[in-house]
Design a protein around this ligand. Structure first.
Ligand code: COI
Length: 326
C-alpha cells in the first residue's frame, strides 16, 4: 500500500520509516501542504497523511476521489481544516490522530504559572542584568478560581494537574464527565465567565465555538482575568483580546494558538517583514505570552501522531474502518 505524507518535518521522518516498516507500506514524505497546485502528485497513492495546513475542502475531496485516493488521515487531533460533512456524503474516509493529553495539559499549566508570576517581564529583565522586583509581584494559584471550558481528554488532564495546586476549579462542557466531578464543579458557561480568575479553553473549533471569547464576554469577566488558549486560535476574537489588554481588563494572556497564526507559526520568519499587525502588536505587551502552537510538540506525541496516521490508512484499506475514523 502506498501513502503520500504532506507537511512532514525532519523530526517526523524517523517515525515514518519505523512505522512504514511495521505496517508494510511504502511512504513518500514531502514538506509542502496539499493544495490544488500540487494535487496531481497524489496519483497512484492509496491514501494521504496531512497536518493542519492542508485544507481539505469539498472540492479537494472530490478531486482526490476522482484520482482514486479514498483515504486521508490527519496527524492532528483537531480537524477544523477538513470538510467532514462532505467527506461523509461522498464516502471519502477521514481519520484523525490520538496522542496523550499530558503534553498540552503541562503546557497549559506552564502558561498559567508564567502569566501569574509575570515571567515574561522577569525574563526580559534578566537579559539586561536588571534584577529588580518592581511590578513582578505575582498571585498564587491556590488563592484563585480557574474555569475550564471543555472537559474532553485535555481539559480533564488540566483539571487533574490543577487539583494539586489547591485552586477552586469550575468546569463547563455540554457533556459532563463523572471523573471531573472529583476535582471540579460543573457550572454554566456564564458562571465560568463571570467568576473565574483564570479561564482556559479546551474545546474544538466548531461553528458554535468560533469567537467564543469576544468583547461582550470579556467585559463581564473579573478584572485582571488571565486567559489561556492551547486549543484553537479562532476560539478567541483577536480584536477583542487587544481591546481587553489595552483597557487593562485582561491581566495576562497565555496563548499557544492565536487567530491568524497560519502564515506565521512553524516557520522561521526572522528575516521577513511580518505583516500580521495584530499578532505583532499583541506580542509586544509585557503581559502577553505567545508560544508558536507547540503545546502538542513532545517526543511521545510526535511518535504517536505518525503511528496513528499510518495505522489509520492501513486499517481503512485492510478492514474498511479505523479506530480513529471521524
Ligand atoms: C492538534 O493535534 O490538533 C494540534 O493542534 C497540533 C497540530 C498543530 C500539529
Amino acid at each position: 500500500m502506498k501513502i503520500l505524507a504532506f507537511e512532514v518535518r525532519e523530526d517526523e521522518k524517523l517515525y515514518f520509516e519505523k512505522y512504514a516498516a511495521q505496517y508494510n507500506c511504502e511512504i513518500t514524505c514531502i514538506e509542502d501542504p496539499l493544495t490544488f497546485n500540487n494535487l496531481k502528485i497524489v496519483e497512484g497513492y492509496d491514501g494521504i497523511s496531512i497536518l493542519g495546513k492542508s485544507h481539505i475542502t469539498c472540492d479537494l475531496e472530490d478531486s482526490l476521489k476522482s484520482l482514486n485516493v479514498n483515504f486521508c488521515s490527519t496527524r492532528t487531533v483537531g480537524f477544523d481544516h477538513i470538510d467532514i460533512t462532505h467527506a461523509h456524503e461522498i464516502g471519502f474516509k477521514i481519520a484523525n490522530t490520538n496522542y496523550p493529553p499530558t503534553g498540552v495539559a503541562e503546557h497549559t499549566v506552564m502558561l498559567m504559572l508564567m502569566s501569574l508570576r509575570h515571567y515574561k517581564q522577569a525574563m526580559w529583565r534578566g537579559h539586561v542584568n536588571d534584577y529588580s522586583l518592581g511590578g513582578l509581584q505575582g498571585r498564587e494559584l491556590n488563592t484563585l478560581t480557574v474555569g475550564i471550558v471543555g472537559t474532553g481528554k485535555i481539559g480533564q488532564c488540566v483539571i487533574k494537574y490543577l487539583s494539586n495546586f489547591g485552586c477552586k476549579i469550575l468546569a463547563y462542557d455540554m457533556h459532563e464527565n463523572t471523573d471531573v466531578t472529583k476535582y471540579a464543579k460543573y457550572t454554566d458557561l456564564d458562571t465560568i465567565i463571570t467568576s473565574s480568575d483564570i479561564i482556559s479553553l479546551h474545546t474544538p473549533l466548531l461553528e458554535g465555538t468560533y469567537h467564543l471569547i469576544n468583547d461582550e464576554k470579556i467585559n463581564r469577566m473579573k478584572d485582571n482575568v488571565v486567559l489561556i488558549n492551547c486549543a484553537r486560535g479562532e476560539l478567541m476574537d483577536i480584536d477583542a483580546l487587544i481591546r481587553g489588554v489595552e483597557a487593562k481588563k485582561i491581566g495576562a494572556l497565555g496563548l499557544d494558538v492565536i487567530e491568524g497564526e497560519k502564515d506565521l507559526y512553524h516557520q522561521d520568519k526572522r528575516t521577513d517583514i511580518i505583516s500580521n499587525q495584530k499578532i505583532a502588536y499583541l506580542r509586544q505587551f509585557p503581559n502577553v505570552i505567545l508560544t508558536q502552537h507547540m503545546a502538542f510538540y513532545t517526543d511521545i506525541a510526535v511518535e504517536s501522531m505518525v503511528k496513528c496516521s499510518i495505522e489509520a490508512i492501513h486499517d481503512f484499506i485492510k478492514t474498511g474502518n479505523s479506530k480513529t475514523s471521524i
